[in-house]
Design a protein around this ligand. Sequence first.
Ligand code: SF4
Length: 682
Amino acid sequence: MSGIATTCAYCGVGCGIVATPGINRSVAIAGDDAHPANHGRLCIKGTTLGDTVGLQGRMTHPMIGNRTAGWDEATRFVARTFADTIAEHGPDSVAFYVSGQLLTEDYYAANKLMKGFIGSGNIDTNSRLCMASAVAAHNRAFGEDYVPVGYEDLETADLILLVGSNTAWCHPVVWQRIEAARRDHSTKVVVIDPRRTETAQEADLHVAVAPDGDIPLFRALLADMKRRGEVDEAFMAQHCVTPDGFWDGLVGAPGEALPTNFEALADMVAAHPRMITVFSMGSNQSVRGTDKGNAIINLHLATGRIGKPGAGPFSITGQPNAMGGREVGGLASTLACHLGFSDEERAAVADFWAAPNLCTAPGLKAVDMFRAVDDGRIKAIWIMATNPAVSMPDAGFVRGALEKCPFVVVSDCMADTDTTRLAHVRLPAMGWGEKDGTVTNSERVISRQRGFLPPAGEARADWRIIADVAAAMGYGDAFDWSGPAAVFREYAAMTALAQRRGLKLDLTDHARLSDVEYDALQPFRWGEGKLLADGFCFPDRKARLIDVAPLVAKPADPAFPLRLNTGRYRDQWHTMTRTGLSARLSRHRSEPLVEVHPDDAVRYGITNGGLAQIDTPRGNTVLRASVTDAQVPGTIFAPMHWTDLFASGGRANRLTSPDVDPVSGQPGFKDCGAAIAPVAPE
Ligand code: SF4
């Protein structure tokens, strides 16, 4: 078999890969020169994908309890238990918790079953943890979850602001493209981040804001642009609606301290109209995440820096198919195809699916979903391709909720995760290199993931597992797809509903693809260039500037005087169920470290390389300390990858707060009160 064009399994950059299978499941990996996301580039995670496709650790057979079951028995058991639970307690007594690792076809099937046929909105995704605030900000500003920028804009921008984004580590190929722009186009780069990250060290300017300090920063930047005459009044008049009193509310807020190099930042912003603002987890994972997104978008709208080459706000996603999940309704807060819950939209969806029982309202978002598991409102949950027992905030609480849930189903490609250990039924799903379907990356390029390996044991495609359960529940006609191409055609046809509503999501010209054409599908980007040509997605086709309230400083709890920030390492992915298989990836960081500023190290008796215990109101963990002035005094940082299955500890999400952004429901992983103390060697 020669090289197969497919897409990387990891981050939302969505790099194209050419995979060449060899003997015994070996595979040679190369970047795909023809893919628009990466033009042949890869980072080390993509390069080492071949290390992770063996059979080690794979789930190979359905399991009911501790015994192997056949697919028919397991499917019937899941379907009957869900049906009995719904019959006794109603449709909102069940839930699906899904993942940005799913392919679009899988996501579509899961959403259709839960929202259209079970009749509950209770399907939410781990993408709630990574970019729900950006979705909410887009909806508030544009009227649709629309991303107005693509990667090639990075190469024509004169200035790139990176907000809460350690791009060099977390989106490495985007960073490679930025580096190329700096070399070829003299593009300036500013990093706005409390930490002096590896990205910040390379930037032209590092603006070290306090935790959540990007809110006062962007409010002040906008006020400063107004003062300097940089607001584009003609653009505003043609394309924007501005709330009464908007400009007066921007200035004079008490307690909004600005970094000492604010003027240098403002000078750079004023001098470079071709400006992109890239924002990711550091902005989104906040109890003010939606406001942060809108503060950024406000700056671009008011200065007319949007809808033009090299200009716009750009939320980059964490997972390979976070964007595809958004498109097909994987978030509890939307129906499929970016549609909402108005009577008209619900009627259109119910009609399209011939759905007897379409849900009437949004379902529970991730944090609330697991609270409902804990208090017994949800009695049966199906978790697909994700590991919430360690990836949710306050993960100890989530683990406890799952331990007492009457029925937990987990479908996953890996056999032994913190969450599969809590399941009553385990269903083996195909992994990367086996499954077939589509993903959508951060810039809305849809690409194929293609299978080139036989499935591990009896593993099946997620969409098929879902369709078989749907059929066993009596909904077979609506889920009778011949393959992923048929699911994709149905989804593409459904985007006609978005068109009727005036949204930009339009795949209707793909609704009649043959199976052969689907198999040969080349990467393409939807909605490109439509932002200003069609206008924004409100009835008046104008965007909305949003009043973003000043930051109100939280009083510190003397028992937890430090601010704990969490994030990723360069060479690991999420809870390491797959990257942990690659020895090459563990060379970069072999254990989790808590990073502490030297002043705090002195104050709390922490030594570089010594062990330290971190406490928060939810629990504690012990980590080796790295004393570094890359931290701002008063803050500490820990990576989120290591779980209870690792002897070295870590368990950062046993510590993080479940407090969420009230608009998006996204948790504030980046900031919670913590204490630190040295641990004496035994
Ligand atoms: Fe994969 Fe992301 Fe690396 Fe690209 S940048 S190779 S998508 S992990």
